[in-house]
Design a protein around this ligand. Sequence first.
Ligand code: DCP
Ligand code: MG
Length: 383
Amino acid sequence: MTRLVVASIDRILAGSRRYDEPDFRMRTIMHVDLDAFYSSIEQRDNPALRGKPVIVGGDPASRGVVATASYEARRFGVHSAMPTRTALRLCPSAVLVPPRFGVYRQVSEQLHALFLALTPLVEPIAFDEAFLDLSSLLSSPVEAGDSARALKRQIQEETGLTASIGVAANKLVAKVASDRQKPDGLTIVPPGEERGFLAPLPVRHLFGIGPRTEDRLRASGIERVSQLAEADPAWLLARFGQSGLEWQRLARGIDERPVTPDRELQQISRERTFPRDISARAELHAALDTLVAELGPLLRDAPPARTFTLKLRYADLATVTRRRTPGRVVTADVLRAGALDLFDKSWDGRPLRLLGLGISNFIPAAAGQLSLFDTDLASRSGP
Ligand code: DCP
Ligand code: MG
């Protein structure tokens, strides 16, 4: 209720402020993303690694890939999803550490608990990343400074790690903002400044614009968000269909997707587009393992699921989706074994550009068994 009143007063006060969307409602969305998550945990737990280039990843001998690298290693050009072999060539002094998913998952749970202490409207995106909708607590992103600094402090105290936070009136801008001053950053984008904030970025920063779309836009002379924002809508529509208009809305800083706690989702899924097409089975298995690990904490928070789905996209963009319902609840272990098996049966050996994994077909929580989310979801059914 308060939120609605505040939003309408704000719209009246805004006066000259212009939004392309008539029913625009001011929201305060926070995006939290930990810095160099896996490698920061390794440096935290082993002081000998602090200040050094650290690579968390798979064994180069079995075509392992980099999960993440410390900022010291990134200076050498090392990045996620690169073959470990290449990474060690770029940065021979790096210490290679195998991933400890169990530990990362525990930290992820600690983080999730801190987020939930602020608001039930938490949408986990990865182990170390979530959107929080703080609209009912704060009437504008510009009021979020104290909450964001307090959250960063709590994260530091509870986990010993640094986080970067972005706050804005929507998810897109909050996400870009959290990246702006990494590591240990805080960036708040005041309402009305979304479009200018996004303008200089390459278009790939917008949701839904992957490498292929980026190429198509570039072929039409569009590389920056500002160019997309200014393009003639009729031309965009003719050339790219409805998607062109949707990208333009994002480019103009408009994004109305709600923050969605996973309980409400039909499917919880994660996918990876690889920086280059991959045809090595071991690398694909490793990527699948990462997806399983990312889904882990969400599996725990979501209602039990009966079905898991594997998605393969080949280099020629042919996409295959395979579903399996194992006859028992999909736990992390069931998912790990099942996904690998399903992958081996589904993949035809050609290079893949994307791998995705999801769970669905949720069993409703038993009556009387309240979860953290149940108590608060009612408040979301408002406007
Ligand atoms: N991860 C992975 N494989 C990838 C990307 C990420 O295994 N291709 C894992 C390792 C990361 C974690 O997910 O530590 C979080 O991913 P981020 O993209 O947030 O990367 P980092 O937290 O490592 O770094 P940044 O400081 O850029 O957020
Ligand atoms: Mg991160």
